[in-house]
Design a protein around this ligand. Structure first.
Ligand code: KG4
Ligand code: ZN
Length: 342
């Protein structure tokens, strides 16, 4: 079979990604990402204007790198997949404009991909879909959603956060403690050796949510702020090593955040006849989540899937693989949509 190479472009937030994906072999040939952590670190959060500018600067070099690493020429590309939403408007516009220009010059079709759809399918970029129906949890810096998946383009939203996303809560707690940006990996690491029972956190409940599956992280974040103030701990200076108290607070917060995600996953598993469970997005790299979700799957004899290396955080390979898996018909529009739903 003639290989159909798809170029995947991602620029919805603060990472620029370009990848070459072989749809016939279902194989990622290259997946180049340039993180903007250094650009945004001084601000403790993503600055949209700086992010769009950095994407514009990064795309050219990443495109050349991705082609070289895949051992491919521009003329080998058969299609371009680009994130059209959700995300930051200016960042999405940079990606879609770059894709349109490239598509015109190469004479290949350009498809606009839903970023959340791509995250949800990312564990299966190089493999079969898992047994269906599948329960997909997308946990990132911008999203915390649970979907019932009945096919590569058949998604039903079951629950989502009412306020902060999981990764965002980690980022805010890190900022509070003076840990470096991005906060998720920093809190995860600082939690090592911490006493997870030292600081109390309670999981959110809502009167208007009798099923108990609604997600909310802002309460945990606020509780972290109160625990921090009560503890008398100092905010860490740049490069300063965390004290035991910082470790304890990170471990206690992380325990609660992961318990919240897994509590909702368990309730949804109890309620529907799912045959597999998956976690994707940047926060799916969390070490405690991986460990406890795997144990949950073992206990329920259910396959639990995570994205492969380089596929959890934002990347171009998941965008290309999503087009290959779900098919062109699933992506009829190329219009930028910062609030695109799945
Ligand atoms: O998927 P992603 O790269 O971008 C979005 O689409 O948002 O996710 C980035 C988010 C950040 O909030 C980051 O702090 C979080 O993922 N993250 C983590 C971990 N590694 C990254 N959160 C918790 N634990 C981690 N180990
Ligand atoms: Zn993402």
């Amino acid at each position: 079979m003639t290989p159909v190479l798809i170029l995947g472009l991602e620029s919805s937030c603060d990472d620029t990604g370009v990848a070459v994906y072989d749809a016939a072999a279902r194989k990622i040939l290259s997946n180049k990402t340039r993180s903007q952590d250094a650009v945004h670190a001084p601000f403790g959060g993503v600055v949209p204007e700086l992010a769009s500018r950095a994407h514009l600067e990064n795309f050219g070099a990443l495109y050349r790198d991705a082609l070289a690493a895949a051992n491919a020429a521009p003329a080998d590309l058969g299609a371009i997949a680009v994130t059209r939403g959700p995300g930051l408007r200016g960042c999405l516009a940079v990606g879609v404009s770059y894709a349109r220009g490239l598509g015109l010059s190469l004479g290949v079709p350009v498809r606009g991909i839903n970023h959340i759809h791509a995250h949800a399918l990312s564990p299966f970029a190089e493999s079969e879909l898992p047994p269906l129906p599948h329960l997909a949890a997308v946990v990132s810096g911008g999203h915390t959603h649970f979907f019932a998946v009945n096919g590569p383009a058949e998604f039903k939203l079951l629950a989502k956060t009412r306020d902060d996303a999981m990764g965002e809560a980690f980022d805010k707690v890190a900022k509070l403690l003076g840990l470096p940006w991005p906060g998720g990996p920093a809190v995860d690491k600082t939690a090592e050796g911490g006493d997870e029972e030292r600081f109390p956190f309670s999981l959110p409940r809502f009167n208007d949510d009798p099923g108990g599956v609604a997600l909310s992280f802002s309460g945990l974040k606020t509780a972290a702020l109160h625990r921090f103030r009560e503890s008398g701990l100092a905010r860490l200076g740049e490069g300063e090593a965390p004290a035991q108290g910082h470790r304890d607070l990170c471990a206690s917060f992380q325990r609660a955040a992961v318990a919240l995600i897994l509590d909702r996953a368990e309730k949804l598993l109890d309620r529907h006849a799912f045959r597999s469970l998956g976690f994707s997005g940047g926060a799916a790299q969390n070490s405690r989540l991986r460990r406890l979700a795997t144990a949950l799957g073992d206990a329920r004899a259910l396959p639990v899937c995570f994205p492969g290396r380089g596929l959890s955080a934002d990347n171009g390979a998941m965008i290309a693989a999503c087009l290959a898996r779900a098919g062109e018909a699933a992506f009829p529009s190329l219009a930028v949509d910062p609030d695109l739903k799945l």
